[in-house]
Design a protein around this ligand. Sequence first.
Ligand code: ADP
Ligand code: MG
Length: 456
Amino acid sequence: MVQISEVKESGSRESRTAAHTHINGLGLDEYGAAKKVDGGFVGQAEAREACGVIVDLIKYRKMSGKAILLAGGPGTGKTALALAVSQELGPKVPFCPIVGSELFSAEVKKTEALMENFRRAIGLRIKEIKEVYEGEVTELTPEESENPLGGYGKTISHVIVGLKSAKGTKQLRLDPSIYEAIQKERVSVGDVIYIEANTGGIKRVGRSDAYATEFDLEAEEYVPLPKGDVHKKKEIVQDVTLHDLDMANAKPQGGQDVLSMMGQLLKPRKTEITDKLRQEVNKVVSKYISQGIAELVPGVLFIDEVNMLDIECFTYLNRALESKIAPIVILASNRGKTTVRGTDDVKAPHGIPPDLVDRLLIVRTLPYNKEEIQTIIFKRAKIEGLNINEQALDRVATIGSEKSLRYGLQLLTPAGILATTSGRTEILPEDIDECLDLFLDGKRSTKILEQSESYL
Ligand SMILES: Nc1ncnc2c1ncn2[C@@H]1O[C@H](COP(=O)(O)OP(=O)(O)O)[C@@H](O)[C@H]1O
Ligand SMILES: [Mg+2]
């Protein structure tokens, strides 16, 4: 029996796409032409249209064995485009962004790391009919008792959960382990949840829309009171990645003796995913697929700074692209001709060996003009909840076009803090100027270093 569960990673991966929360698609019209400002995108029309064609090729299954290369300077929207491609492929399509250099660590073999990320980029949508208790939480009361092990504390012996649906109400008396899960999901009275009858798994569906008038939290999703009885059968759709399945089924290293337990304490969360385990997982996955329970959802593996990969990684990539279940691979580079890593000075465009270049559809991204930069910065300011006055926006846009878009974008948050500190709700040009004094851009920083070197 393969364990199915989603692995919640400690946020670091999510924060990689945090700079792109304004992006929600390529922003193309029905003929595949880029609308000037749409999908969170501004300009970069040709690259967006090319990516639109690629999305069509993927949907018509014409991309197997091929990959995409986004080539262009830093801050020209390569990561944003790759994310948008995954969004265009449908909701809950995995997007796995990595940087070439991160494959090289002392702990894991690089091809192993590459394989892991391939599996992070392949989703599996599992549909199951399950027995559940579903409703709006009307009561949430932990019941305490004396600690059976002695001591002065009390422990939770049960938790009483009241659930209300359109057709009835039910009061459940549940195990304390479920109370922990309830706390982890931050369930409170007024939320709609379901509890799986067999496993006790808890899922928070959203906030009951009876509570929709209260203070609006930006990320809150309001849902109607569930139909039918509280206790019922329900089709549950779960999106996991193949890597989630590998992780959920990997056994912690070492045995049960004290020494290896100590080892586990010293090296927390280190689990071993073997090839054999992956094959087991694959077998069960194919079985689910042929039974119609599950469906494969290939996502996007985005490899930035592809010139950092070496010849061994490229060989692996070539092979992996041919495999039956492969994600869409999007490479990105801001390099021109450079040496392929791991070879004796074989020079190639973007440091990619010719046999892989042959498989690539190459899309170029171009630098932005000031007007486009201004619109992008304005969009980011809005998403970050910052109020910026017109002159200040113009100043940031000028800086963005002279130094770099990223530098311009990075000034926003500190400028917002400076404005707040001065008791204002609006960012003024003086906040921008102060930020310029406080934080250097790359060019100025280099210049200062060079000057100070000349004193040595
Ligand atoms: N055409 C665009 N429209 C809107 N936002 C953009 C656009 N291009 C880039 N951005 C935003 O600018 C920032 C830098 O872009 P990014 O995709 O990281 O560039 P690259 O990967 O080419 O270095 C990101 O926050 C990105 O979302
Ligand atoms: Mg990038």
